[in-house]
Design a protein around this ligand. Structure first.
Ligand code: PRP
Length: 213
C-alpha cells in the first residue's frame, strides 16, 4: 500500500483538522509537539503522511499531486483557483467573506463609483465586483491587517474575512455587503481521487459519520 499524503494548513486549522482525524482513529502524536520545527510526519501503521504548509500553498500541493488530500479554508480555495476536487465541508473555521468599510462607504458602493478596494484576496474581490456586481473598481493587494486601509485612506472599502466581527468593531468599520460563507474544506487531487478511490471515500465517509454524531 502506498502512502497517502495529507497537506494541512499550519496553525489553528491544522489543530482542528487533527482533532477531527483523531476522532476517527487517525492519530499522529509527533505533529502535536508545538516546539518541533519538523514539517512532515508519518503514521506507518495507516500508511499516511501529514505535512504542514502555508494556507495558500495547500491547493498548489494538491493540484500537483505532492499531496493527495488537503485541508484549507474555502477562501484560499476560491482565491487560488487550482484544478482539484473539493469533496467536503468540514464545518469548522466558519466565517464570512465580506465587503467592509465605514458607514459612509455604503453610498459610494451603491452609486457604482470607481472606488479602491484593499484585500488579501484580489481574485475573489475581482470576481465579486466585476462579474457579480458589474462594478469597475481598483483592487489593491495587501498582506494582512486589511482593516487599516480605509482608516488611513488607502481605500474606500476592503474585502476580508469576518469571523466574530470584533476587528471591524474595534476599528469603527462595518460589514457593508456579504460575498459568501466560508469554512474549512477537504480537497483532493484529481488523479488520486481515481487511483485511491477506496481509501479516500472511506476517509470521507468516516468523517461524515463522525460529523453526524
Ligand atoms: C483575520 C481577518 C480579519 C480578522 C477577522 O485576520 O483578516 O482581520 O481575522 O476576525 P474577527 O471578525 O473575529 O475580528 P488575521 O487575524 O488572520 O490576520 P491578518 O489581519 O494579518 O490577515
Amino acid at each position: 500500500m502506498r502512502y497517502l499524503t495529507v497537506a494541512l494548513t499550519k496553525g489553528r486549522l491544522a489543530q482542528k483538522t487533527l482533532d477531527m482525524f483523531e476522532k476517527i482513529g487517525i492519530t499522529c502524536e509527533e505533529i502535536r509537539d508545538k516546539n518541533s520545527r519538523k514539517l512532515i510526519f508519518v503514521n506507518e501503521e495507516l500508511k499516511l503522511k501529514f505535512f504542514l504548509a502555508k494556507g495558500p500553498d495547500v491547493p498548489t500541493y494538491v493540484e500537483y499531486g505532492a499531496a493527495d488530500i488537503g485541508v484549507t479554508g474555502k477562501d484560499t480555495i476560491m482565491e487560488e483557483g487550482r484544478k482539484l476536487y473539493e469533496v467536503m465541508d468540514l464545518g469548522f473555521g466558519a466565517c464570512r467573506m465580506c465587503v467592509c468599510g465605514p458607514e459612509s462607504a455604503r453610498e459610494v458602493l451603491r452609486n457604482n463609483q470607481l472606488i479602491r478596494v484593499a484585500t488579501k484576496y484580489p481574485n475573489i474581490a475581482k470576481d465579486y465586483f466585476y462579474n457579480k456586481k458589474h462594478q469597475t473598481v481598483e483592487i489593491i493587494k495587501l498582506n494582512g491587517s486589511i482593516e487599516l486601509a480605509p482608516i488611513v485612506g488607502l481605500s474606500e472599502v476592503i474585502v476580508d474575512i469576518v469571523e466574530t466581527g470584533s476587528t471591524l468593531k474595534e476599528n469603527g468599520l462595518k460589514v457593508l455587503e456579504e460575498i459568501c460563507p466560508l469554512s474549512a474544506r477537504m480537497i483532493v487531487n484529481q488523479v488520486s481521487m481515481k487511483m485511491e478511490d477506496e481509501r479516500i471515500r472511506k476517509l470521507i465517509q468516516d468523517l461524515r459519520e463522525e460529523g453526524m454524531k
